[in-house]
Design a protein around this ligand. Structure first.
Ligand SMILES: [Zn+2]
Length: 91
C-alpha cells in the first residue's frame, strides 16, 4: 500500500515528465488511478457517513458546492451557456 506522500510524488513525476503522444501515458495514469480509486471510495463513504448527522440545510449547501458550475437537472457544464443550461425550460 502506497502512502499519500508516495502517491503525490507519482503524480508530480507524471506531471513533470509528461510528453504528449507518449505511449506510456495511459499505463502511468492507470497506475495512479488504481492507487487513488480505493481512497476515493473511502472518502465517499466518509462523506456519506458525515451527511447522516448533518442538517437538511447543510446537506443542501454541501450538494450545492459539489454541483457548483453544473446543471442540477442534467449535469452538464453550465459554463458553456451564458444564462446557464436551459434543459428544464419547456419554452
Ligand atoms: Zn441542464
Amino acid at each position: 500500500m502506497k502512502t499519500r506522500q508516495e502517491i503525490k510524488l507519482m503524480i508530480l513525476a507524471f506531471a513533470t515528465t509528461y510528453k504528449e503522444n507518449d505511449s506510456n501515458n495511459a499505463k502511468r495514469l492507470n497506475e495512479i488511478a488504481d492507487l487513488i480509486m480505493p481512497k476515493i471510495v473511502d472518502l465517499v463513504k466518509d462523506i456519506r457517513e458525515i451527511l447522516k448527522s448533518t442538517s437538511d440545510e447543510n446537506r443542501l449547501e454541501i450538494f450545492g458546492n459539489i454541483m457548483n458550475g453544473y446543471c442540477k437537472h442534467c449535469g452538464c457544464d453550465n459554463s458553456k451557456y451564458a444564462m446557464g443550461c436551459q434543459c428544464w425550460n419547456d419554452d
